[in-house]
Structures are given as C-alpha cells and as structure tokens.
Design a binder for this molecule. Structure first.
Ligand code: THU
Length: 162
C-alpha cells in the first residue's frame, strides 16, 4: 500500500494591477466578455478570453437554454471558436471572469469539471501549456501554471488504446 500525493499550487495576486500587461489585458477581455452571456436562468454571466499564439484574443460567454443541459459554458464556447476560426493555432492562456447578477463577483471562480476535461485535452493535443488566469470583476486573482493541473488523474485518449 502506498499513499500518492500530487502537489497543487497557484499564484495569488491581490489586484489585477499586479499582473503582467498581457495577463492584465486578457483578464480585462474576459471581464468584458461577460456582457455577451445569455444567462437568464442562472443570472451568472461568465466570460472567457483565450490568448492565441498568433496574437489574437478569442472570447466566449456562457449560453443557456430553457432545456438546461443544452446550455454551454463560456470556456467551451471560446474553445470551439478557436477550432472553427483558427484551426491549428495554439492557445497560450485563458482568462476567466464572471458577473454574478444575483450576488458578488469579487473572487476567482474556477472552470467546471466538463471544461477542465476540455481544457486538458486541448493542452494535450497542442503539446503546449495553457496558463489559466482566474478573477472576478474585482478582487484577488489566481494564476495556475497550466490547465491540466486542475484535473489530476484525468481520463484521456491514451486510456482507450489497446
Ligand atoms: N458556467 C460557465 O460558463 N463556466 C464554468 O466553468 C462554470 C459555469 C456557466 C454555466 C451556467 O450558464 C452558469 O455558469 C451557472 O452554472
């Protein structure tokens, strides 16, 4: 019997102004993208902004539906846009923000489980780390070195090979 531990760490900043200029701009874009959400049910408007290796920033926002499972998260809206509009382009970083119309938006929130799975596979496919920047409309910021840190023991394509 053996207990296996995997370390998890992230960087915390008190304020967006402490970020380097590229991360600062990406988080601001994620904050702006919250206005593109269609979230009449949850009132929780999420914005994602992806920094591409060609210099372009792609953003996305959550799109809900009266049939709740048909809704899609901001992260996967943005990821799908990259596949469709900039195929082959690497994603260097993703910023995530939110505007909670039913409460506060003053602390970082982290991607949901499905989005973690999608991000992990993207990272694997492109063989390049995706830095994750998390922040509300105000308050502290977390930076995670790369996306798959958020999903230890992930299920992946390699598990299906014989
Ligand atoms: N949501 C996202 O867009 N991303 C996440 O990582 C967490 C949740 C959305 C889905 C739904 O529209 C709303 O936030 C409340 O769960």
């Amino acid at each position: 019997m053996e207990k296996i531990s995997r370390p998890f760490s992230y960087i915390r900043y008190d304020h967006i102004d402490s970020l380097d200029p590229k991360d600062h701009a990406l988080l601001q874009q994620a904050r702006r993208a919250t206005s593109l959400a269609y979230a009449p049910y949850s009132k929780f408007r999420v914005g994602a902004a992806l920094q591409l290796s060609n210099g372009i920033i792609v953003s996305g926002a959550n799109q809900e539906n009266a049939s709740f499972p048909a809704g899609i998260c901001a992260e996967r809206v943005a990821l799908s846009t990259v596949s469709s509009q900039y195929p082959g382009c690497k994603i260097e970083a993703m910023a995530l923000s939110y505007d909670n119309k039913a409460g506060e938006s003053d602390h970082p929130v982290s991607p949901c489980g499905i989005c973690r799975q999608s991000l992990a596979e993207w990272e694997q496919r492109q063989s390049f780390p995706i830095k994750i920047i998390l922040g509300g409309l105000t308050g502290e910021i977390y930076i995670i070195e790369f996306a798959s840190l958020l999903l230890p023991l992930a299920f992946s394509a390699g598990d299906m090979t014989v």
